[in-house]
Design a protein. Structure first.
Length: 532
């Protein structure tokens, strides 16, 4: 009897174990900061120049990234997406070195340029100790080769050393031919991306076991999947099920029905490329029309199974930074703020807060240390406020992250995004524009008469009129992100007295997969069954 009581007494202790591994419900409330490991932080012993145009390793490591987590968390980001971790081809090609991590050689080995297995585990545990999460980039479509038609796989490619592991060589020449997109090769004669035969049962089985082990070994909370559209739809459901964590997949195309097919039929949650292009065009100059943006909202809602799981972004490693072709400060702020205000998960690329303005690859992969990790810059504070108000909205409404937004245009140069309890007003009139007044109607906001409202970006206060309507002035084209004063939490000098409805500690929507903790729990349960 005493044995039974002692065993049963341990059960509440396991209920208190930390839980990580994000699922869809938990991921909606996350805010993600993307880094290229080689370019984000390096150890103090590394002092050489880093010219992005050279396309060479610059010394960034996982351990150096750990030392900069204060910087990332200080902006309010709670998830860090890191570039691929596996071994890449060595040496220098005419397209540079594999510093970015996307030229896989052996997926069973780690890229030693970034550190050891223990270093990667330390990064994961360091994030978890802060209540933060790790998202790792994975590439399953291809490995890299420096030959094309005469490519001969070898033991260096680890599990993919046989010719039957690959699709026959052919470069993609027609992106309207889906079979060609899925079975021909990316790259060029300098660095070809040898397309793996993901119709081969042994290749499929390998990848499903590999992703399960990777997530377990390094306590990974979410994955980003590269080149999703280059693998057949039917491959993905088993793969993401084996991963057991949330996935965000790259389907690089602006066509909403096409991209949505991967959410409907492949269990992939795509990055929001369909919205990326209208977003850029709406703010890449003054006086642009919002009609394409609004039309795309309708297309997304009509095609995607769940738009609230799309990954929203303005900058990333594959596209020219927004600031490479837009220099107006208010347009830059508006465009960045939109991704926090609309349905979906915000992703911010390292250096956006530092004013980095690199163009297409490789110029958009600058070394972060040149910014001195300045926490006093205007954009650092801007992103901090955006993260804070999004969290405050989630705390105030248990359905904020799942409710669908509505969009309208109060004037030709303004866009209103209503996602209660947030009301966001965006302008593409530019920094030189005259001040303009915009009316936020109570039918959109739900605000009652004489409601006190604040702008999270400036902490300016407003009060609605007797009908609940609000007239707000747009100064120099700057965005407004409005929330009731009573819902502001710790924003603008407030204090949060109630726990978040989606807090890290609550475990809501999360699976209990914490490496060693899971194993320990399994041992405990097995022992308990014997005792009882």
């Amino acid at each position: 009897m005493l044995v039974h009581q002692a065993a049963l007494a341990l059960i509440p202790l396991f209920a208190l174990l930390p839980v990580y591994a994000l699922d869809a419900d938990a991921m909606r409330s996350r805010s993600v900061y993307q880094v290229i490991v080689d370019r984000f932080a390096r150890n103090s012993s590394s002092t050489g120049d880093c010219n992005a145009a050279d396309r060479k390793y610059c010394g960034g490591t996982w351990s150096a990234l750990v030392d900069k987590l204060d910087y990332i968390q200080g902006m309010g980001f709670d998830t860090v997406w890191i570039s691929p971790v596996v071994e890449n081809i060595g040496g220098t090609t005419s397209e540079g070195e594999a510093y970015h991590g996307y030229w896989t050689l052996d997926p069973d080995s780690l890229n030693s340029n970034f550190g050891s297995a223990e270093d990667l585990k330390t990064l994961s545990s360091s994030l978890h100790a802060r209540g933060m999460y790790l998202q790792v980039d994975v590439v399953v479509n291809h490995v890299a080769a420096t030959a094309t038609s005469n490519f001969q796989p070898s033991a260096a490619y680890g599990p993919f050393s046989a010719s039957e592991d690959y699709h026959p060589f052919c470069f993609i020449t027609d992106y309207n031919n889906q079979t060609m997109v899925e079975q021909c090769w990316l790259g060029d004669d300098t660095v070809a991306l040898a397309d793996l035969n993901t119709e081969n049962d042994s290749v499929v089985s390998y990848w499903n076991k590999w992703i399960k082990d990777l997530v377990s070994n390094y306590t990974i909370d979410a994955i980003r999947i590269d080149t999703v559209k280059h693998v057949r739809h039917s491959f993905w459901p088993d793969f993401v099920n084996a991963a057991g964590v949330f996935n965000q997949g790259e389907v690089l195309l602006g066509d909403a029905p096409y991209v949505a097919s991967y959410q409907k039929n492949a269990s992939i949650n795509p990055f929001n490329y369909p919205m990326y292009y209208p977003l850029v065009r709406a703010f890449n100059g003054t006086g642009q029309s919002f009609s394409e943006f609004i039309s795309m909202v309708s297309d997304i809602n009509g095609n995607f199974t769940d738009p609230t799981l799309l990954g929203n972004f303005l900058d990333n490693h594959d596209n020219a930074r927004f600031e490479s072709f837009v220099t107006d400060a208010s347009l830059i702020k508006n465009a960045h703020a939109v991704i926090f205000a609309i349905d979906g998960i915000p992703y911010v690329y390292y250096g956006s807060e530092a004013g980095f303005n690199g163009g297409n690859d490789p110029e958009n992969r600058e070394p972060m240390w040149t910014s001195n990790y300045d926490t006093n810059s205007d954009m650092y504070k801007f992103f901090t406020a955006l993260n804070a108000v999004r969290s405050a909205a989630g705390n105030a409404s248990s359905t904020f992250y799942t409710d669908k937004m509505t969009v309208s245009t109060p004037s030709e140069s303004t866009l209103l995004v209503a996602k209660k309890p947030l009301m966001s007003v965006f302008s593409n009139s530019g920094s030189s524009a005259s001040n303009t007044s915009v009316s936020v109607d109570s039918s959109s906001s739900g605000w009652a008469a004489s409601t006190n409202v604040i702008d999270a970006l400036t902490c300016e206060s407003f009060t609605t009129d007797g009908s609940g309507n609000l007239a707000v002035t747009i100064y120099k084209g700057e965005p407004r992100v409005l929330i009731e004063d009573s819902q502001k939490g710790s924003l603008c000098g407030g204090s949060s007295s109630s726990p978040s409805t989606s807090s890290n500690e609550s475990g809501a929507g999360m699976t209990t997969k914490v490496g060693g903790w899971v194993a320990l729990a399994g041992v405990f349960v097995a022992g308990l069954q014997i005792l009882l």
